[in-house]
Design a protein. Sequence first.
Length: 368
Amino acid sequence: MGDPAVPSSLAPTAHRVLLIDDQAMIGAAVRRLLAGQPDIVFEFCQQSREALAAAEAFQPTVILQDLVMPGIDGLDMVRQFRGLTATADVPVIMLSAQEEPVVKARLLEAGANDYLVKLPDQVELIARIRVHSDAYRRLLERNAAFAALEQSMADLKLEREKSERLLRNILPEKIADRLKNGESTIADSFQEVTVLFADLKGFTEFSHHTDAQHLVGLLDEIFSAFDHLAHLHGVEKIKTIGDAYMAVAGLPVPRPDHADAVAVMALGMQTAFRDVMSSRGLGLEVRIGIHSGPVVAGVIGRHKFTYDLWGDTVNLASRMESHGEPSRIHVSEATRLLLVDRFRFADRGEVTVKGKGVMRTFFLLGRE
């Protein structure tokens, strides 16, 4: 090996030339030809077996290589350079004592970039070094630009996927798709849906004597269990407000069995809630109300989207919950009529419902 390699960080615009030749006199001659060129950094390697390591360490922008080296054919040497990541695109200029068109052609096919008769003319050598080195640097810049663009695209894709996941966690999938497709106002009427409200009896008093972490952890466990049931039965969770939980079936995609889906979910909620209370040694109870009928549904907000329901059906479902009893599922007659052949009920009789007067209601007991 000749002079120690100069790190590219010290000479970022220099033409870094690596000569591989088994003859020391050729190395000395080329060094003299390139002497006095401030933009050219020269390195000489006399052993072919050390050429790849020398190239990887030196990071040349041009390789000058003797055609005939002891123990290796020039074609094989070029192929080895092309197979090494550090030199895969580095221009290779072959040096030979004679011009042989057939060999030239084979070398170019093997991946060499140019061919010079040694010892080359100084002016021609320097010109070709600069031309090939500049071309290589432009290639590196383009590759870096493409890599940066690809990384930016990958980052953008990742952020888009995060945004989409967040949007789908907040909104029903069909509604999220409509927003993505450019709909600015989403409002729909549905004639047949079933709405569920659930509330935790005694939670307000319980919260006065419980630390924040325990309180939030409990709600997360309960509502996560409810969310799982909603997903399992195709019911849309609308929102939670404090310790209250609201869900609906029959929208945004109408389904004829909306009442069945909510009834089965409500029975599952009772079981899941009891399991959570048992595991934590607590005595809270859940009160559930259900009503069926028409609603208006839509998205409100611009920066924080909310998908919500409006109408008398929503109000009555809320009343079924608030007028119900702990650990029971209170349903309206409208909902019972949709379920009567497939579920068991207890007739509660007539109940005075705030804002609606006297209504006949029922407790859902289970499936037939």
